[in-house]
Design a protein around this ligand. Structure first.
Ligand code: NDP
Length: 239
């Protein structure tokens, strides 16, 4: 579907599954026309049909893809920087550089690329909102997690720095830091190994994608003078 000129527009990256897909549904319920981006375009097309949104192919690790995506969005009220993920669980000494490259390109440079490319469209709305999905991994460390925790700390730093740099501009910035959410995240982390992925959620009830999406919906529905700087959301049973 083409993007309607008179609608409130929300852009969600990484909307082909998990938190991004749930957020696209939530923001649609709130009346936004939602533009969804990811690499798995078959899934995006099905979701766009379901919500009446616009599906555009997007690889946040690719400059040309981000540029082509942004060029189709002249105005945006909300950008949800959600595309991301982890690869592996390795000690610092054993870590594979390829996995670090994947995590840094996707989570860090992907967020930077998208934020810069969409900034003119967000400013054009007169009241833009950037929501960046980081993680409790942006606030903590854990053994074997340095590649992912560092790749999530960095978007948190980007968020806080931009918040200062853009003071006085018609733009708000929110960092959402979820704990464990049961999505395809762990499958991606362990390259499709179901048993390893399921172990992550053993012994406690994780969040579901909708729990996070509803928080993003709450952030997007605040009045223009209210900035929720950071929201940390965990399963009750997670330390
Ligand atoms: P999913 O694996 O279900 O979703 C990840 C999304 O990111 C997919 O839609 C995927 O789409 C997209 N993506 C990955 N790489 C790229 C890329 N290069 N370009 C565009 N899109 C990309 O996991 P979640 O929903 O859980 O993850 C969403 C966000 O939440 C991530 O940033 C993750 O780090 C964060 N998070 C997740 C937690 C969890 O426990 N699940 C906890 C805290 C934070 P496609 O492959 O089609 O491109």
């Amino acid at each position: 579907m083409t993007i309607p000129a008179d609608a409130r527009i929300a852009v969600v990256t990484g909307a082909s599954s998990g938190i991004g897909a749930a957020t696209a549904r939530e923001l649609t319920r709130q009346g936004f026309h939602v533009v969804i981006g990811a690499r798995r375009t078959d899934r995006l097309a099905a979701l766009a049909d379901e919500i009446g949104g616009t599906a555009l192919p997007l690889d946040v690790t690719d400059d040309a893809s981000v540029e082509a995506f942004a060029s189709q969005i002249p105005r945006a009220d909300v950008l949800v920087n959600n595309a991301g993920g982890a690869k592996g669980l390795e000690t610092v000494l054993d870590a594979e550089l390829e996995k670090w490259r994947w995590m840094w390109e996707t989570n860090v440079l992907g967020t930077l690329r998208m934020t810069r490319a969409l900034m003119p469209a967000l400013l054009a709305s007169g009241n833009g909102l950037i929501v960046t999905v980081t993680s409790i991994a942006a606030l903590e460390i854990y053994p074997g997690g340095s590649g992912y925790t560092s790749a999530k700390h960095a978007p948190g730093v980007l968020h806080r720095t931009l918040r200062d740099e853009l003071l006085g501009q018609p733009i708000r910035l929110t960092e959402i830091a979820p704990g464990a959410v049961e999505t395809e995240f762990s499958l991606v982390r362990f390259d499709g190994d179901d048993a390893k992925a399921a172990k992550v959620y053993e012994g406690f009830q994780p969040l579901v994608a909708e729990d996070v999406a509803e928080v993003i919906g709450f952030v997007a529905s605040r009045p223009a003078h209210v900035n929720l700087d950071q929201v940390l959301i965990k399963p009750r049973a997670q330390a």
